[in-house]
Design a protein around this ligand. Structure first.
Ligand code: GLC
Length: 459
């Protein structure tokens, strides 16, 4: 082990560090992880000491990381295996870049990695097959989630939480403005948001906005925009049968409508918002509606939140093809470079286990990856809205085209993000951006163009 670390220090880390010093200027978390790994490497125990695993995953908020630390302490108490939780950057793209850098250097690095539901085909080669270890458990997951983590019959990661885009709305304001229900269509949301915003501003709340969401050029924009267009029958960008369908009138109209929101019901700066920017405006009490993931619930309901007990969640509004939320979520994979694969599998088993998922969903409202848990009284009592989610995971999701595009998903999503962002900022018209994107996607994937399927927004 010591020799391995010395070699790594001599060869890998120095190169890695130089290579990364540029990205460090942009993303300091990258440097922090590297340093943590270096220190971890230097303090790795001698043979007879207890094993210490390193875990790099996607949870970055204080609340979630603190809860994770507690889970890890419990794991150590039960198994004697220690775990060091590494810090991680915030956005999905920065995370993926960091994961790739670490995995490409091989040799050392974290033992267990958090895997976003869109990454399995991008990172597959670096992870061991978990199927032999979880053969009995796979069938109890939501089928769509288990399928996302299965690459050519290999279980690349084990899911431990499910995610779906949701609408958060202010119950107090809806009541005040005479609305009994949250909006069921995007057009209704637009009208309600405009009315509430005008009313609140007239009362002197100059910073109040109708609707906050994620409009920055980042992965969350793919999720938001896919929801708008799929609900209107505008398809999934690239369909499961490899048809590039994005250049169609429904998608174009959905993008145009969102562009209209910027500066009217949404702040002009929404084009720079990621999840936490929207959440900050929302918990400050400065928005009527927010699109976010279920995990935003905890911070909305936390002690310092101005909207504690004044909000609820519902499915996202829909259009003529139905109501859909983008499927998100995370799993855990064991690096094939891990020196402790047996212990690493135990960690994955623990963090994805039924009991830990129950506790996590009761305390943190994190949606489990196991459908049966949504019917448990102890889970439902704390999260009455989980009944809604369980249904949505079965019939109301839209998936990003990460399975059909495999390793190319990264480039595909980047192209989509740039196209939609250029419409939101007014740099390009929606038809122009959609036509350009179509050409680019043909070039990237070699697939053919065609119309989106008719009918409902989800398969
Ligand atoms: C959430 C989702 C994940 C998605 C990311 C985008 O973490 O779970 O699937 O890629 O948000 O920001």
């Amino acid at each position: 082990m010591v020799m391995k670390i010395q070699k790594l220090v001599a060869r890998g880390i120095r190169g890695l560090y130089t290579e990364w010093s540029n990205s460090c200027k942009m993303a300091s978390p990258v440097c922090i992880v590297l340093l943590s790994l270096l220190l971890e490497g230097c303090t790795r125990p001698a043979i007879h000491e207890p094993v210490t695993l390193t875990l790099l995953e996607e949870w970055t908020t204080k609340t979630l990381s603190a809860a994770r630390e507690q889970e890890l302490q419990q794991f150590t108490r039960e198994t004697g295996i220690r775990v060091k939780l590494l810090p991680s950057p915030e956005s999905a793209r920065e995370k993926l870049a960091l994961w790739q850098e670490l995995l490409r250097t091989g040799a050392s690095g974290p033992d267990v990695y958090g895997i976003d539901v869109i990454w399995p085909r991008i990172l597959n080669e670096y992870f061991i097959d978990l199927k032999p270890h979880f053969a009995g458990e796979i069938s109890s997951q939501f089928p769509v989630i288990a399928a996302s983590y299965t690459v050519d019959n290999k279980l690349m990661a084990m899911a431990y939480h499910a995610d779906i885009g949701l609408l958060f709305y202010r119950t107090d304001l809806l009541r005040q403005y005479g609305y009994r229900e949250p909006p069921s269509t995007w057009d209704e949301l637009e009208t309600m948001a405009a009315r509430i915003q005008a009313g609140e501003r007239a009362k002197g709340k100059k910073e109040f906005w109708g609707f906050v969401w994620q409009g920055a050029a980042a992965e969350a924009l793919t999720c938001n925009a896919l929801e708008w267009q799929a609900a209107e029958g505008g398809g999934q960008i690239i369909e499961e049968d490899k048809t590039i369908s994005v250049n169609n009138p429904h998608a174009i109209r959905a993008w145009q409508r969102a562009a209209r929101w910027v500066g009217s019901i949404s702040p002009p700066s929404v084009v720079g918002y990621e999840e936490w920017d929207a959440l900050n405006v929302w918990i400050a009490g400065d928005a009527a509606f927010m699109r976010n993931w279920p995990t935003a619930y905890v911070d909305s309901q936390a002690a310092g939140s101005k909207i504690r007990n004044k909000f609820d969640i519902s499915l996202l509004p829909g259009g003529k093809a139905g109501r859909v939320g983008t499927l998100g979520g995370a799993g855990l994979g064991v690096s094939r470079f891990s020196a402790h694969p047996r212990e690493a599998v135990e960690l994955v088993r623990y963090l994805s286990s039924r009991d830990v998922q129950v506790r996590r969903s009761a305390v943190l409202s994190v949606p489990p990856s196991l459908p049966e848990l949504y019917d448990l009284p102890e889970v439902l009592e704390r999260n009455p809205r989980f009944a809604l989610l369980s249904q949505a995971f079965r019939t109301g999701i839209v998936s990003r085209p990460s399975t059909v595009t495999g390793k190319k998903y990264e480039v595909v999503t980047d192209a989509y993000i740039q196209a939609v962002h250029s419409v939101l900022t007014g740099e390009k018209s929606a038809p122009e951006a959609a036509a350009g994107l179509e050409k680019e996607l043909i070039r990237i994937t070699g697939f053919k163009k065609g119309p989106p399927p008719r009918g409902s927004a989800h398969p």
